[in-house]
Design a protein around this ligand. Structure first.
Ligand code: NDP
Ligand code: MG
Length: 334
């Protein structure tokens, strides 16, 4: 079944005229959504803890940030744009008791609501409006007159009015200019986790690392291995993005295309498919969510160690050096 997609004409911004929108957190999504809404004529209050760069940024953008609790009290729509792993505790301590009946509790990723870390009280609908891009793009596209495609989802039993307000909100951030796809909390959360684990972050990183290691172990120069296995990936992904897999195959040499057909299925095998299905099941059953929540309760020891170890991988060391020499790249040091 084709997805339902909403555009500008399906959304009525005037529904937000007498409403206050509380944006909790002035990070990547918060700073973008708040400014877009304000430029669209909406009333926005920022909840942001003091003493951080994000607080100063909000002030420099002309907002007067208040505490998360205070912003929640003022808001008719309360959008939690805090890191996913802190939302559960902050919701219980600073948000829940400041919501009133008829308020709408919003988010840009369904993880906490879907896995029961945030459960809105009776009389409060949950609403997801999620731009499919990072905050700086949400802001930049809006300023250019465009918008980043977004998703909308409603909690079970949410009213038609909540949906209309959600579409108005999506219009306020520019989302309906790009198109707003209707989904559910479970679909958004589970596909998002699956995509980032299997392809976007987990799958691609391991593939690149393993290929690099194989070449270096066989005696090839690490610089060559870096270019072949990591650097050139961008060219391929750009072709995917512009015209799908067929366009990539049309653009590369026939030799590369033949190698693609012969070797791809030997690298990503039926064993990989079996593992993908297992990963999906663990996501659906909340096993991944539980592990990630417990990891954070334990001070994220495993997470921080993996981050430290992988940072010193030979691929990363070679890459840092080579990127400095490629002056056209806006090289980032992390
Ligand atoms: P950021 O990490 O960029 O921003 C987090 C904000 O939360 C900052 O204002 C930060 O303030 C505040 N914050 C962090 N920890 C605490 C705390 N313990 N107490 C109070 N405030 C805190 O988050 P994102 O914008 O990336 O993510 C927000 C939501 O948007 C998430 O649900 C995410 O999944 C979703 N999303 C993100 C996308 C992205 O590309 N970034 C894309 C689509 C959805 P301070 O400066 O004081 O730390
Ligand atoms: Mg994601």
């Amino acid at each position: 079944m084709a997805a339902q997609i909403y555009y500008d004409n399906d959304a009525d911004l005037s529904l937000l005229k007498d409403k206050t929108i509380a944006i909790l957190g002035y990070g990547s999504q918060g700073h973008a959504q708040a400014q877009n809404l304000r430029d669209s004529g909406c009333n926005v209050v920022i909840g942001q803890r003091p003493g951080s760069a994000n607080y100063d940024l909000a002030v420099s953008h002309g907002f007067e940030p208040v505490s998360l609790a205070e912003a929640t009290q003022q808001g008719d729509l309360v959008n939690v744009l805090l890191p996913d792993e802190v939302q559960g505790d902050i919701y219980r301590d600073q948000i829940r008791d400041n919501l009133s009946e008829g308020n709408i509790l919003m988010c840009s990723h369904g993880f906490n609501i879907h896995f029961g870390q945030v459960s809105p009280p009776a009389g409060v609908d949950a609403l997801l409006v999620a731009p499919k891009g990072p905050g700086h793009l949400v802001r930049a596209e809006y300023e250019k007159g465009g918008g980043v495609p977004s998703l909308i989802a409603l909690s079970d039993g949410a009213s038609e009015e909540t949906k209309a307000l959600g579409l108005a909100y999506a219009k306020g951030i520019g989302g309906t200019r790009g198109g707003v796809i209707e989904t559910s909390f479970s679909e958004e959360t589970e596909t998002d986790l699956f995509g980032e684990q299997v392809v976007l972050c987990g799958g691609v990183s391991e593939l690149v690392k393993m290929a690099f290691e194989t070449l270096v172990e066989a005696g090839y120069q690490p610089e060559m291995a870096y270019f072949e296995c990591l650097h050139e990936l961008k060219l391929i992904v750009d072709l995917f993005y512009e015209g799908g897999i067929s366009y990539m195959r049309y653009s590369v040499s026939n030799t590369a295309e033949y190698g693609d057909y012969m070797t791809g299925p030997r690298i990503i095998t039926e064993e990989t498919r079996t593992e993908m299905r297992k990963v999906l099941k663990e996501i659906q059953e909340g096993v991944f969510a539980k592990n990630w929540i417990l990891e954070n309760k334990g001070g994220a020891a495993n997470f921080k160690s993996r981050r430290r170890i992988d940072k010193d991988h030979e691929l990363e060391i070679v890459g840092r050096r080579l990127r400095k020499l490629m002056t056209w790249i806006d090289a980032k040091e992390y």
